[in-house]
Design a binder for this molecule. Structure first.
Ligand SMILES: NC(=O)c1ccc[n+]([C@@H]2O[C@H](COP(=O)([O-])OP(=O)(O)OC[C@H]3O[C@@H](n4cnc5c(N)ncnc54)[C@H](OP(=O)(O)O)[C@@H]3O)[C@@H](O)[C@H]2O)c1
Length: 285
């Protein structure tokens, strides 16, 4: 049976690793980009924006299995509706969606409520779906948090509560496996966490050991973080609410749980934070 795969979000943090792993596995796939280019990372690209249903419908033509990764945007629910409409129109058979841990349309916490709402929109298409409910990424230390590590001080509204962060290379490995054999995972939702739960104090200690210099940790309040996101970074109110809900969840210790799903699907222990720090050490030089 044919299985033509299209990867959205291919140029991003998860997508870069996912396309590398699909290539390494010898899978046949294409990627989608909103940019005016016909390739991303050497892989043939179809150009379309999540903003435009007609573009998406053309991009999804002939696709059996779709990896759905929506960017963090204030109108993310509308982008999901566009994907759902286009996937139905194009006859997509299976969607594998990068979601978030705790996704639940009925929860009072804004970010998991958003993730659950989007999962429900995709499931309501009737197309077979698999949801990857990802915990926080270790790679946040190399993307938006890289400068803090370089400056030797990590700031977080976490109450120094433990979190079971996952390395996106493990998310990508799980996604690559499912995209190549989707039927076995239809209707499933997997919570992808790392195999350990560490506090910020423990993670900066691991970074300090690998980098051979001191990286400290300064706890900040949820309110201080919200004020910074809104007034210094100019983040829209709805996104500040999402991120503040995440800070509340983490601070309460609700992001500390370790799910067996990644270990079971990978058939090995998920990558540890110390290993992540060793592998990415040059990025903080
Ligand atoms: N960071 C975390 O700890 C964490 C944890 C759990 C879940 N998440 C979720 O993971 C997602 C982010 O994943 P990521 O970090 O891998 O993404 P990312 O690095 O932010 O990349 C975003 C991707 O979206 C694509 N994109 C942006 N606008 C687009 C548009 N209008 N149409 C089509 N494609 C568009 C970009 O591709 P082009 O520029 O090529 O179009 C890019 O590949 C977010 O939704 C976030 O909520 C994050």
């Amino acid at each position: 049976m044919s299985n033509t795969i299209l990867v959205t979000g291919a140029s991003g943090t998860i997508g870069t690793q996912l396309t590398a792993q699909l290539r390494a596995a010898g899978a046949s796939f294409e990627v989608m980009t909103s940019k005016a280019t016909d390739s991303v990372g050497g892989v043939r690209a179809r150009q379309a924006s999540f903003e435009d249903v007609a573009q998406l419908t053309r991009a999804f033509a002939g696709i059996d299995t779709l990896f759905v990764l929506l960017p963090l945007a204030p109108h993310k629910v509308q982008l999901a509706r566009n994907v759902a409409q286009a996937a139905k129109a194009a006859g997509v058979k299976h969607m594998v969606r990068s979601s978030g841990a705790g996704a639940d349309a009925k929860t009072a916490y804004a970010l998991p409520q958003l993730q659950g709402t989007i999962d429900d929109i995709l499931a309501a298409t009737g197309i077979a779906c698999t949801f990857l409910r990802n915990a926080g990424f270790m790679q946040n230390y190399t993307t938006f948090g890289a400068q803090m590590v370089k400056d030797g001080m990590w700031y977080a509204a976490s109450n120094d509560a433990a979190q079971s962060l996952i390395d996106v290379r493990d998310i990508a490995a799980v996604a690559a496996q499912i995209l190549q054999n989707p039927a076995a995972h239809a209707g499933k939702a997997y919570t992808l966490t790392g195999g350990e739960s560490l506090t910020d104090t423990q993670r900066v200690a691991a970074l300090s050991a690998v980098l051979g210099k001191s990286v400290g940790f300064t706890p900040i309040s949820v309110e201080y973080a919200a004020n910074t996101m809104k007034n210094q970074w100019g983040m829209p109110d709805v996104m500040v609410d999402w991120m503040s809900s995440l800070n509340q969840i983490v601070s309460a210790g609700y992001a500390a749980g370790i799910s067996p799903d990644a270990q079971v699907l990978l058939g090995r222990t998920p990558i540890s934070f110390s290993q992540f720090a060793k592998d990415y050490a040059t990025q903080w030089q």
